[in-house]
Design a protein around this ligand. Structure first.
Ligand SMILES: Cc1cc2nc3c(=O)[nH]c(=O)nc-3n(C[C@H](O)[C@H](O)[C@H](O)COP(=O)(O)OP(=O)(O)OC[C@H]3O[C@@H](n4cnc5c(N)ncnc54)[C@H](O)[C@@H]3O)c2cc1C
Ligand code: SF4
Ligand code: SF4
Length: 417
């Protein structure tokens, strides 16, 4: 049976968008809106978090209109912090459950992409080249925009003071902040779910314009919230996706590093380039060089279901694939991205990307992986909302099926869900 003919999922060929009275994926899909009952955060927890499929994008946290979802301080995962109203929005915006992310990407690209996205190999013209992971292009871009008054801050990542190699969300408001935050954090920060808190601690006025940097799934969530007019997206004026095939689960990352007799505390920089993972100390000496596949088991399992290597929902994407060492590969995807890139031109040196075909190759590999792992069909033309019942039909009985709630949390649900 094709996915389109399954209960709760209308024939995509018959779908016209937007339809319905409102702007939510749910309202665009009458069958989803009328599906039996509400979808509670506990349903998302069982289907995604307990099933070890969460990619820590924090879209659910940002999407919750009653701020009922927070971030567990210990486990750094979404958790219920007060009464859930069963509004279902966390489900609707979760790219591992209710949001058909490939459809969202298709819509966003159709609506916003430049006819010819521009691809560059880029390097910061100043000290950002040193501070950055590759060419420092993202750091330089954001620093130039801040200094030109085009943005008031940028939600980026910096390493936790308490835990090695743990990235934390950080609101950078100066060039110095950005230089400090340069480099890649290979763990998620859940920054999308912390924008209000970050702004509350800053003094950026009533209506700040922020850049949001994150992995492609984070930017999918932000762009989907923006498309459907939800408030958490309001401050986000520019999105930058870091190209990505996988993010690591922090504990498993540290264990894997230790298995090579390397102390994670001694690792100043991790780098992944052309299939090899490197670890360096603060003097730039190599501590580890190994095939990145050795770290597969340390990755977030939900990443296997992701086909968005390049960050198709972002205004600008940045990676290293296809460029020589010391350069960032930058794809300017939207008019907003082009304006930002042009405004930052003084801080960047750009040239042609060396191996454009490498970008396409890895994106195609990523999509093949997702298609082979996703229990549901991969359907960029399908309905954007995936009904809970449909999710259960296709995931139940697989090794990605929903799992019972953690007994330690059941009391929360008895009280709040
Ligand atoms: C998890 C992960 C996986 C990646 N995998 C690939 C890959 O397979 N192939 C590839 O070509 N490129 C990959 N990249 C991108 C690459 O590591 C660089 O980020 C990119 O080339 C930009 O380099 P840059 O020197 O211009 O960025 P920089 O100048 O170093 O700026 C990067 C900015 O992003 C912020 N940042 C870093 N990590 C995070 C994070 N996790 N969440 C939010 N903000 C963050 C930093 O604080 C900084 O402000 C990955 C990045 C990440 C985070
Ligand atoms: S994948 Fe993202 S939206 Fe889904 S539960 Fe995890 S953090 Fe929330
Ligand atoms: S591989 Fe995909 S799902 Fe995983 S962190 Fe990267 S963008 Fe997110």
């Amino acid at each position: 049976m094709s996915e389109a003919n399954q209960p709760g999922v209308p024939d995509p060929k018959a779908a016209t968008e937007p339809k319905g009275v409102g702007n939510d994926p749910r309202e665009q899909n009458p069958d989803v809106a009328e599906a039996p009952g509400k979808i509670w955060f506990r349903d998302l927890d069982e289907a995604v978090i307990e099933a070890d499929r969460c990619i820590q994008c924090a879209s659910c946290v940002a999407a919750c209109p009653s701020d009922s979802i927070g971030i567990d301080a210990e486990e750094k995962r979404p958790t219920l912090v007060k009464m859930c109203t069963g509004c279902s929005r966390c489900w609707d915006f979760c790219p591992r459950s209710g949001l058909r992310y490939e459809r969202a990407l298709e819509l966003l690209e159709d609506e916003r992409s430049l006819a010819e996205p521009e691809t560059y190999a880029a390097q910061a013209a100043d000290e950002a080249a040193e501070a950055g992971q590759d060419g420092g292009a993202v750091t330089a871009l954001l620093a130039e925009l801040l200094e030109a008054g085009k943005i008031d801050g940028a939600v980026v990542a910096r390493e936790s003071d308490e835990e090695p190699l743990r990235g934390e969300a950080f609101l950078a408001t100066s060039r110095e902040d950005l230089l400090e935050a340069g480099g890649s954090s290979y763990t998620q920060t859940m920054g999308l779910g912390q924008i209000d808190d970050l702004l509350a601690d800053a003094d950026l006025g009533d209506d700040p314009d922020l850049a949001l940097v994150g992995t492609p799934c984070v930017i999918q969530g932000a762009a989907a919230l923006d498309r459907y007019g939800h408030e958490p997206a309001d401050p986000i004026a520019l999105t930058v996706a870091l190209m990505c095939t996988r993010t690591f689960e922090h504990e498993r990352l540290l264990s894997q590093i230790e298995s090579y007799d390397v102390d994670p505390e001694a690792v100043e920089k991790l780098d992944i380039r052309a299939g090899t993972l490197y670890a360096y100390d603060d003097g730039g000496e190599s501590l580890l060089e190994t095939d990145v596949s050795e770290f597969d088991a340390a990755g977030l399992r939900g990443c296997d279901e992701c086909a968005d290597f390049v960050g198709g929902a972002a205004d600008i994407s940045a990676g290293n694939v296809g460029s020589d060492e010391g350069y960032s590969t930058v794809v300017v995807r939207t008019e907003t991205g082009r304006e930002a890139w042009t405004a930052a031109a003084g801080g960047l040196e750009t040239t042609e990307i060396d191996r454009p075909e490498a970008l396409e190759k890895i994106a195609a590999w990523n999509e093949r992986r997702a298609k082979s792992i996703l229990p549901r069909g991969f359907d960029p033309e399908g309905e954007i909302g995936i009904a809970y019942e449909h999710h259960r039909e296709v995931y139940d009985g697989t090794d990605r099926e929903p799992q019972p709630l953690n007994p330690a949390r059941v009391h929360q649900y008895e009280e709040w869900c």
